[in-house]
Design a protein around this ligand. Structure first.
Ligand code: NAD
Length: 466
């Protein structure tokens, strides 16, 4: 049977053509993915539109049953999906296993959410508030967490009664396409459709008149294009975009815990995490100690292919990102001090050493831009207020963290930070049952929690005369 086909109207179909998928640990193609042409994309949207009335009127219990069966099938094939994820994405096998497990947990979480009609009292008499599904949802994902990020879209959309057309990033299409194989036996035809592309069909999908809602995760620049394309039909949009998260280590922090916690968060998934700490502000009094411990923790990281024993840092996912990260490091090395790393590995594939750069100005590109790779700047501060002001600079506002033993103070400082999530003594603590989203140009709306399901609904009020 041909692998990596698309799911359109309940059928696994070959695409108009295929594209090669590159293993980032070798730089060589290892599989071919079927990709859609415009006609196939339109067929997927039409199938979702046809399936919508039936799925919307299916009981919550039946929709829940389908999602739980889907989660079970994925759980049964967890090892297969984790290994495929390593091949196409590059992450270490332990992180891939975590991603598949988290995906299964996320689907199960959403499956249990029932949207009930609420009856509210009012002086003129009680009225009803109902959350209704929107219609066809387009889900578009990037290449850093192909499995989790897709499930943040199709699972809440489906449980709320919408139908879905899902499109992965062209450099990591395989695990998403393979979900189609599981979905084909589980969902009624047309309810979940999966199409891949060669980075050429996103705009057609988001601009399609039969799409009611776009849920997009990716870069801010593409997010703006998505928002523009939604204007004509006033489509609903959820945008999970880029970030340049600050982490602030206060004088009274547990420095060893902060150094270890931040090293783990900075280099998770080779730094390709929307809400990774991407600039570290350290109180002057503890700077030297933090630097020493942070460098030591980073030097324990083992760089290698995701399926090599003991590896904790994989390659960067694709050539374009590899070139971008390499250029950022070269530029930062000219004006700053490289404390560890600083090079790409001398082997095929897209390997970058875990890199820390100190002594940069706030205007350096490594500080102002989203690096999305295994390199981070260390910055000093003498005044807390000044650290918060610097943390708030720039157009992003996804996550931030404060490291201190004084939780009361941290909560107070958190209120002054422009970010969708502020973590205390941790970073990137993202869970399917906790809402997550960006402010400023990091996004619009949220994923996770009940709020993540509400994003796929519209309110209807029914109010009868007393
Ligand atoms: P990208 O914006 O280039 O691509 C994301 C997806 O959009 C891909 O599937 C791509 O094919 C598609 N696309 C391309 N052009 C499109 C168009 N005109 N209309 C609609 N879709 C289009 O992003 P990327 O480089 O794949 O991902 C990296 C970025 O994603 C980083 O900035 C990162 O911070 C961000 N990200 C954000 C979150 C979050 O939750 N906030 C999570 C992960 C990644």
């Amino acid at each position: 049977m041909t692998p990596y086909r698309m799911l359109i109207d309940g059928q696994l179909v070959e695409g108009a053509r295929t594209i090669p998928v590159i293993d980032p640990s070798t730089g060589e193609s290892f599989a071919d993915a079927h990709v859609a042409d415009e006609t196939q994309l339109d067929e997927a949207v039409a199938a979702a539109a046809r399936a919508f009335p039936g799925w919307a009127s299916t009981s919550w219990q039946k929709r829940r049953e389908c999602l739980l069966r889907f989660a079970l099938r994925l759980d049964e094939e967890a090892d297969y999906f984790a290994r495929l994820l390593v091949r196409e994405q590059g992450k270490p096998l332990s992180e891939a296993r975590f991603e598949v497990d988290a995906t299964v947990r996320g689907i199960r979480f959403y499956a249990d959410i029932e949207l009930k009609v609420e009856i509210r009292d009012h002086p003129t008499g009680p009225y009803e508030v109902e959350r209704q599904p929107l219609g066809v949802v387009a889900g578009i994902t990037p290449w850093n967490f192909p499995m989790i990020l897709a499930s943040n879209k199709y699972a809440p959309a489906l449980i709320a009664g919408n139908t879905v057309v899902l499109k992965p990033a062209p450099t990591t299409p395989l695990t998403t396409l393979e979900l189609g194989r599981l979905a084909a036996d589980v969902f009624p035809r047309g309810v979940l459709n999966i199409v891949a592309d060669d980075n050429d069909l996103g705009a057609r999908l988001t601009g399609h008149p039969d799409v009611a809602k776009v849920s997009f995760t990716g870069s801010t620049i593409t997010g703006k294009a998505v928002m523009r394309s939604a204007v004509e039909d006033m489509k609903r949009v959820t945008l999970e975009l880029g970030g340049n998260d600050p982490a602030i280590v206060l004088q009274d922090a547990d420095i060893e815990a902060a150094a270890r916690g931040l090293a783990a968060a900075v280099f998770l998934n080779a730094g390709q995490v929307c809400a990774a700490p991407k600039r570290l502000y350290i109180a002057e009094e503890v700077y030297e100690e933090f630097q020493e411990r942070f460098v030591a923790a980073t030097r324990e990281i083992r760089l290698g292919a995701g399926d090599e024993e003991g590896v904790t840092l994989g390659p960067v996912q694709n050539r374009m990102q590899f070139d971008k990260v390499r250029a950022l490091i070269e530029e930062a090395a000219k004006s700053g001090t490289v404390l560890t790393g600083g090079h790409v590995a001398n082997r095929p594939g897209f390997f970058v050493e875990p890199t820390i750069v100190a002594d940069l100005s706030d205007e350096a590109r490594l500080v102002t831009d989203e690096q999305f790779g295994p390199v981070v700047p260390l910055l000093r501060f003498t005044d807390e207020g000044d650290a918060i002001a610097r943390a708030n600079q720039g157009s992003f506002g996804l996550g931030a963290s404060i490291w201190t033993r004084d939780l009361k103070r941290a909560r107070l400082l958190a209120r002054g930070i422009s970010a969708g999530s502020v973590w205390i003594n941790q970073h990137t603590a993202i869970h399917p049952d906790i809402p997550f989203g960006g402010v400023k140009q990091s996004g619009l709306g949220s994923e996770g929690g009940m709020e993540g399901v509400h994003e796929y609904t519209r309110l209807q009020v029914v109010n009868a005369a007393a």
